[in-house]
Unconditional design. Sequence first.
Length: 338
Amino acid sequence: MDRSYSRSRRLAPVVAVAAAAALTLAGCSSSSGGKEAEESAQGASAGKADTPRMKVALVTHQAAGDTFWDIVRKGAEAAAAKDNVELIYSADPNAGTQANLVQNAIDQKVDGIAITLAKPDALKDVVAKAKKANIPVVGLNSGVSEWQKLGLMEFFGQDETVAGEALGKRLNEAGAKKAVCVIQEQGNIGLTQRCDGVKKTFEGTTETLNVNGTDMPSVKSTITAKLKQEGDLDYVVTLGAPFALTAAQSVEETGSKAKVATFDLNKQLTGAINEGSIEFAVDQQPYLQGYLAIDSLWLYKNNGNYMGGGEQPVLTGPAFVDKTNVETIDKYAAKGTR
């Protein structure tokens, strides 16, 4: 990168107000961008860039079966198709392996890298290598409190602590007195910040429950056991849509009076909100995160732009989805873009 950032100022966070153009997407996410990504974004109302072809890597901490990342990828693929970008997607929940994937992108001499910082310490050295190679790096989704320390150019996501605090206040409004916050990946800084945020504002008692997010039957049995043990739980708070749906099954099977609230959406979860088995969700707009991360690298390459001025994150959430607005969101969730 050819710019030195000043980190001394702390201004109010920048809120993303420019959404992606309306898109009609079909099919599943491809393992890489290029032609397949362009095909998946057919129907985009925006024109396509005639700028020179770029190669951009998107490297996340996605675990197998986590549908959240399908939405991130669709947003990234839509931006790649519009911007004449070859998108290379790779992921691993193991931080060391994720760092190796970033190194692979550096070795391929990509024009830009977008990464998640669920475990930022493990990525510090490889990010420094990318910068040394003059490859711009932006962050998305995880790492809002760490991206500047690692020297990333921009960040797109929600402040997880703020999101947790908002959910805690929502529990107060519901009259809850006792809640459990379910963490599906120990050591993930963003998930920890969510639960810590809930604890900060929730006036009742909150307990953290760690589960193995890669083993859904184990998740279900752990939540079920907790519901049987704690008969006075008012809320089970999960940190991802698949875990919320599993928690709802546990609530039904145990006959518990606990309600389920969660972070993040998918098309099954919006249906569950509409039916009443899930009370509400905190939406961070993952499609927008993927879209803006790739689009920002194109803008930097072709117009020298810095979203947030290189000083502040571009926030994509939090926003609540409940019965009052779920019908509006549901049509987009059905397409896999919310």
